[in-house]
Design a protein around this ligand. Structure first.
Ligand code: NAD
Length: 349
């Protein structure tokens, strides 16, 4: 393809604005031809900032535009599955923010349409594109640390979101842990077959009143026999805590948090440093750019996207299984909540 790839963006909120800026200012191979949001003022503001020539009235208007090659779906999660279906039926390639949906049935319907239309789909699990985690994956692929035995993911937010957000989020496992479930599959390069959850409400009783948990450890059993843990909390007083460690047969690889600077201040009282990068927009800034670059490249070179529909489905199955395990106080096989259905959790890792 010699011309620039024509993209359109649906949803000009928090993540939509970020993706618009990335395309406009950092990816010369693509351009944003149109943007839409239920709130025209938001779409117009992003259009002005990113020099997007057209604000469309609806996603439908974008799908009907033959000059649009691909769409970025950045609207709320409950709109994703239907928009993926309509985009695929219109022959557009799709980048869809995570998660695709909270319902496996709806995900399967959307993935069927994608398959039928033969368009590309990439799901927004951006952390795969973080340099630290990519290095851990590389160590596992190259057997630098041998066969992986144990994985530990620490993933703690600096502070919980507002209760209004929690109520619509689908719960911590589908909203927050979803990234860690994806990270577990990505790093080990294997599917999880069973999960066991210990969880509670330690941070804010209002989160419990909303039917959710805010603190959890989830034990993962991989098909290969490797074992993993995910350690989540909605509040770490020292900031965003994002680390992984993998122990293999030949050694260990571990990542540290990322900081705005690496200065160490030593005085008579203490040796200290500044807090880690505060939250996901800062900590994962480069990964958001890298994932869109990968999406654009997959279309231009006609290669598979690096985070497929099956990769988007698997963390939702894992999230549903984690909640079931918590509710029923027992280990849960992923098959119990839909792993065996359709494309299952297998591929592409
Ligand atoms: N990958 C990540 O780390 C990451 C981070 C944040 C959000 N997300 C995901 O991105 C999605 C959006 O999250 P957000 O925080 O940007 O939400 P947001 O509420 O800030 O923005 C969503 C926007 O979509 C608009 N919208 C709603 N329905 C629409 C429709 N049918 N057509 C067009 N626009 C519509 C809303 O008016 C709003 O402006 C969610 O699925 C979320 O899970 C992913």
């Amino acid at each position: 393809m010699s011309r620039k790839l024509n993209l359109a963006l649906i949803g000009a909120g928090r993540i939509g604005r970020l993706h618009a800026e990335t395309i406009a200012f950092r990816i010369p191979e693509a351009t944003l031809a149109a943007i839409t949001d239920l709130r025209a003022d938001l779409a117009e503001a992003v259009a002005r900032r990113c020099a997007i020539p057209r604000v469309a009235i609806s996603a439908g208007e974008i799908f009907q535009d033959p000059s649009v090659d691909a769409v970025l779906i950045c609207s709320p999660t409950n709109t994703h599955a239907q928009l993926v279906i309509e985009a695929a039926q219109a022959g557009k390639h799709v980048f869809c923010e995570k998660p695709i949906d909270h319902s496996i049935e709806k995900i399967d319907r959307a993935l069927k349409e994608v398959e039928k239309a033969g368009v590309k789909l990439q799901v927004g699990y951006n952390r795969r594109f973080d340099a630290n985690f990519a290095r851990v994956r590389k160590a596992i692929i190259s057997a630098e640390i041998g066969r992986p035995h144990l994985l530990h993911i620490i993933s703690r937010d600096p502070a919980p979101p507002p209760i209004s957000y929690i109520k619509d989020s689908g719960g911590m496992f589908l909203d927050m842990t979803t990234h860690d479930f994806d990270m577990a599959r990505f790093l080990i390069g294997d599917d999880v077959t069973q999960v066991y959850t210990a969880a509670g409400v330690r941070v804010d009783p209002q989160i419990g009143a909303a039917g959710d948990v805010d603190t959890a450890v989830i034990v993962l059993h991989f098909a290969s026999g490797a074992i993993g843990t995910i350690d989540n909390c909605r509040k770490a007083p020292y900031g965003y805590d994002q680390r992984v460690e993998v122990l293999g047969s030949k050694g260990l690889i571990a990542t540290e948090n990322c900081y705005p600077n690496y200065a160490v201040i030593s005085t008579a009282d203490s040796v200290r440093r500044d807090l880690p990068l505060n939250f996901f927009l800062e900590r994962y800034a480069q990964s958001f750019e890298n994932e869109l670059r990968a999406f654009v490249e997959a279309i231009i070179k006609d290669t598979p996207t690096p985070v497929t529909g099956a990769d988007g489905r698997a963390p939702v199955v894992m999230g549903l299984a984690a909640r079931k395990s918590y509710d029923e106080h027992r280990p849960v096989y992923l098959e119990e909540v839909g792993a065996a259905e359709g494309t299952a959790t297998t591929r592409s890792l």
